[in-house]
Design a protein around this ligand. Sequence first.
Ligand code: BGC
Ligand code: NOJ
Length: 817
Amino acid sequence: MVRYGHFDDRTREYVIDRPDTPLPWINYLGSEAYFGLISNTAGGYSFYRDARLRRLTRYRYNNAPLDLGGRYLYLRDDANGDYWSPSWQPTQRELDDYECRHGLSYTRIASARGGIRAETLYFVPLGETLEVWRTRVTNERDTTAELSLFSSVEFCLWDAQDDATNFQRNFSTGQVEVDDGVIYHKTEYRERRDHFAYFACSEPLAGFDTQREAFLGAYRGWDRPAAVEQGSATDSVAAGWSPIGSHHVRLSLAPGETREVIFVLGYAENPRDDKFDPPHSQTINKSRVRPTIARWLDSATVTEGFTALTTHWDRLLGGLQVSTPDADTDRMVNVWNAYQCMVTFNLSRSASQFESGIGRGMGFRDSNQDLLGFVHIIPERARERILDIAATQMATGGAYHQYQPLTKRGNNDIGDGFNDDPLWLILGVSAYLKETGEATILDEPVPFDNAPGSEVSLYEHLVRSLSYTLDRLGPHGLPLIGRADWNDCLNLNCFSETPGEPFQTTENVTGGQAESVFIAGQFVLAAKELASVAELRGLDEKAAEYRAAAEKMTGTIVEHGWDGEWFRRAYDFHGNPIGSGENDEGQIFVEPQGMCVLAGVGLDDGLAARALDSVGDRLGTPHGVVLQQPAYSRYHVELGEISTYPPGYKENAGIFCHTNPWIMIAETILGRGDRAFDYYRRINPSAREAISDVHRCEPYVYAQMIAGKDAPTHGEAKNSWLTGTAAWNFVAITQWILGLRPELDGLRVDPVLPAAWNGFVATRVYRGATYEITVRKPIGVSGRVTRLLVDGAQIDGTVIPPAPAGATVRVEAVVER
Ligand code: BGC
Ligand code: NOJ
């Protein structure tokens, strides 16, 4: 049992009690427009909206030592020259004690060395585009301490990609200005001088530095800056090279005295109508930010701002709180899983320890799924997101795979052709409708590919999504896979005339005949959802048409997609089955088992149960369900990227956690609560905390992947934070295992619990009314609810019609023997 910290459930924090965690264990600051990553040793970076194009501070990915670049402070004992980092990095000088508390959108790092204690709270106030570092330094000695405190950030020249590569230019563009103790980073971003950063300090300065080499000294690193070693800043003003921001403050502390020093790092824009003529001016408009800076350098403002942030999170999380017999379930549902859903909703797959912030915009498929776990938290933001995503859809129903967060335009570099993409829009919108009941969104005019004048209703977009699949059926009547479906690495329209030639994912697609059983299952699910939405609009004929299409596809799946003991995965370019007993490797894949059962395929004829039993037997491991078996032991050009991974990693038989909740949900559909909950616990990060030395990633959030049984590091997690795993696990536990499931016509209460439980209680805010729910059942029984009482009166079925907003509804659900 190796732990590096513990959960503080009361304060909703994860407390890390040693700095040398197996990997940087990070948190996120900000949830609106200004964002930052912050590790347990204060590593990380900040950006405004777009992690690539508006990056404020520099970070060195895949660096040695790990996690370099951050919000670093240095303390120096001016009596003897001893200096250290209160967050341990970057000096790594030994600390007498250390504690990092990652909370909801804030992080607090506290430590002491030689009788000097420092505690820094980092957060982004609501409604602001800045971050606050509030440091309290305490002298615990019995003599006066003469100290120096240095701050530091290394500025990124905005476009992180360019910043990391275009040195011939960038070594000459850096510009800063220091005015009244405030460091302004005003390097232009190409010709557009419309934004700048500022870095301010609440105390009078003994000095400052803004040129990296002046602060560090030639050939020296962040672990031993010359200015800190000497105890004085050089007052350097950067011209070119690498602009940084560092304040030097001298503190004389009496025994027992605490001094508070506040630093503010922020982002500002010169508005277009400004007299400074933003695009080409050499002047930044400091007068606009001065009042903001002054406000946030004030201790009372910081205290209020922090209280506002915690109150905000109380309110956001208060909409769904549960108390079950399982502590790991409670803390994931009540705090961490919901929190991770907010982060994935905000950032898609852009910026984490594993996503560099430069490669990926907002995914069409990813963002639609992220909605599933987020829509109940802030429905208005989900609404806006849906309309943004839909506006990137093309008139064919096809979808850009990604769009850029700043421009909200489809990304041409990546383009379209992932044939599952459009169907996710139906599932995202349907989740929104079920949560909010707000059907007017369907009538919103939404353009195709953002082209003015091309607007049709959002509902029409959904119709096009469905026809996109029907317009692209292959030789077996199954949907064509295109470049890939959910599994980005299953590129079946790749072939090579020359053995050994690398696979192509974009070519050979036209005319590519490879088909996906996964998309077939997803189509059945989406067609049924759209049918219900059509009924809502009184379009009964259309609804019948969609249901018939779902029925027909179900028949095709059973005819061509069933392998005998499980659902096949696909047919390749040449019409050979993939994910079949006929294959030597890759005989069974998890995705179609989950998706087909979710869609209701095979429920009446026993196929679903057989498929899920096969999953348990062939894909189950103690660390979760692997994606496929047997792992591909060599490269197959005709399968694409999947076989480029070594066995047990990522899509090649890794435990791809995103898919596990599909199996959990499928098990609940069959009423098998023990199995569903067992799968849930295998990958629940909190339940894995005791094996942190094996798991290695943060124990408070899901990771995209845990190494599968074919990997030498079986059980080791990677790609934490930004993964569809967050939303789907939230859906699996809250909506299917606990069974609190929004429907178009009300809140369903249909738990499928493990036999060992005696029930649970929950508070769920739904369409403005508060439902106080108690579920009771005898221990040892695993059945469904037999009696449902709403405010004392028994109702038929399991759907509670929506109560008026503001009402409190008492719900009692009983499972009888
Ligand atoms: C990864 C996938 C990911 C894809 C994104 C691949 O290398 O294996 O998990 O979805 O990249 O483009
Ligand atoms: C991660 C991607 O973000 C997601 O879109 C994809 O479905 C999975 N990897 C599986 O390949």
